[in-house]
Design a binder for this molecule. Structure first.
Ligand code: GLU
Length: 367
């Protein structure tokens, strides 16, 4: 799908950064939110489905408390988020209601998408809301998320949400026109995020925003490797969403080379908690990456860390780079006994619970 293909995009995730929806004094920009709701209402009327991932809770809380500098400590940030989140949702609900729609608040932490059952619960809720033409407005559950439970920033969260709802496109609205290489004009389209592109991207120096272009590219990578298109564009431009979805040349589009990854594999690749690493030889890597094969004991060189039967384990090439993740049919102790063996010899070693495949292709996601 190229830009023209965006005309047909049905399910759209839109990420809104604090720099777009808050004014300089960190107050929520109600006029912007109103116009944004108007744009989304148009998309719904065209038969599209929209999920919003919105920052702005901490900024809104800071504004209400008259705090100018983002607090450094977590409890203060959490307090600001707790105060601001209600105001943020209020602003969205009011704006959508005037257009004949409703907003629904969903607050997530890592735990909610890492655990397969909770992940499916969130997915079901989102699908139900979309089926009722309600606009889910998602944010990180800042008030309970301590560092180890955090997504990091909402750019990353939006890529995981795009995976979760099987979106056709992820649109990240920010306060710049798109991705730039140095001082040149914005790049129109990118089909692979290489080191040249990565080194051109910086973080952010803004008081209330996290992320910046660097984390947007990271998120594009996640979305692209599951086959989701991304667009980075200026959220302050009038009618930006319609322009993008009419296929016009605005912002930067990131076009994945792959087709969409299956739903279960998307969860395996980006959400599941991984334990341990399996280092495989070149032949095994080729079988997994190019031939959609399963991982067999004969291709395994080394096992690092401890894991149990059914854990999600990272698969690494001889160069040390992780290239796949999968559900492992063996715990690390048993795998240690059969690594490097042919399937026939492995069967002699493992008396109970023998599997031909160490990881079956259906339970394995190539990154
Ligand atoms: N969850 C934060 C907030 O609502 C924003 C995080 C981010 O900007 O990435 O303020």
């Amino acid at each position: 799908m190229n830009r023209q293909g965006l005309k047909k995009a049905k399910r759209i995730v839109i990420k809104v950064g604090t720099s777009v929806l808050a004014s300089k004094d960190l107050a929520l920009d109600k006029a912007w939110i109103k116009a944004f709701a108007g744009q989304i209402a148009e998309l719904l009327k065209q038969g599209r489905e929209v999920v919003v991932v919105s920052s702005g809770a901490i900024a809104a809380g800071m504004h209400l408390l008259g705090i100018k500098k983002r607090p450094r400590n977590l409890p203060d940030q959490q307090a600001c988020a707790a105060i601001g989140q209600g105001h943020l949702m209020n602003a969205y609900e009011e704006a959508f209601r005037k257009k004949g729609f409703h907003a629904a608040q969903i607050l997530l932490t890592w735990e909610d998408v890492r655990d397969r059952r909770r992940y499916l619960n969130v997915e079901n809720t989102l699908r139900t809301l979309l089926g009722k033409s309600v606009i889910p407005v998602i944010n990180e559950n800042d008030t309970v998320a301590v560092d180890e439970l955090k997504f990091g920033d909402n750019d990353r969260l939006s890529a995981l949400v795009a995976n979760l709802v099987d979106a056709d496109v992820l649109i990240m609205l920010t306060d710049v026109d798109g991705f730039r290489l140095g001082k040149e004009a914005c790049v129109d389209s990118v089909d692979s995020i290489d080191s040249q592109i990565e080194s051109a991207a910086g973080g952010t120096s803004k008081e209330c925003s996290l992320g910046g272009m660097k984390s947007k590219l990271e998120s594009c990578k996640i979305a692209m490797s599951s086959g989701v298109h991304c667009v980075i564009a200026n959220g302050r431009r009038k009618d930006i969403l319609s322009e993008i979805l009419r296929g016009e040349r605005v912002g930067t589009i990131f076009i994945p080379r792959k087709n969409k990854m299956q739903a279960r594999k998307r969860w395996l690749a980006y959400n599941a908690r991984t334990r341990g690493r399996i280092i495989v030889d070149g032949g095994a890597k080729e079988a997994l990456v190019k031939k959609n094969g399963s991982l067999l004991a004969c291709g395994i060189k080394k096992i690092l860390g401890e894991f149990l039967y059914g854990d999600v384990v990272s698969v690494v090439g001889e160069d040390g780079v992780e290239f796949a993740k999968g559900l492992c049919n063996y715990g690390s102790a048993d795998l240690e006994k059969i690594k490097g063996l042919s399937t026939k010899d492995a069967a002699k070693v493992i008396e109970k619970g023998f599997y031909q495949e160490v990881m079956h292709r259906d339970n394995l996601a190539v990154l």
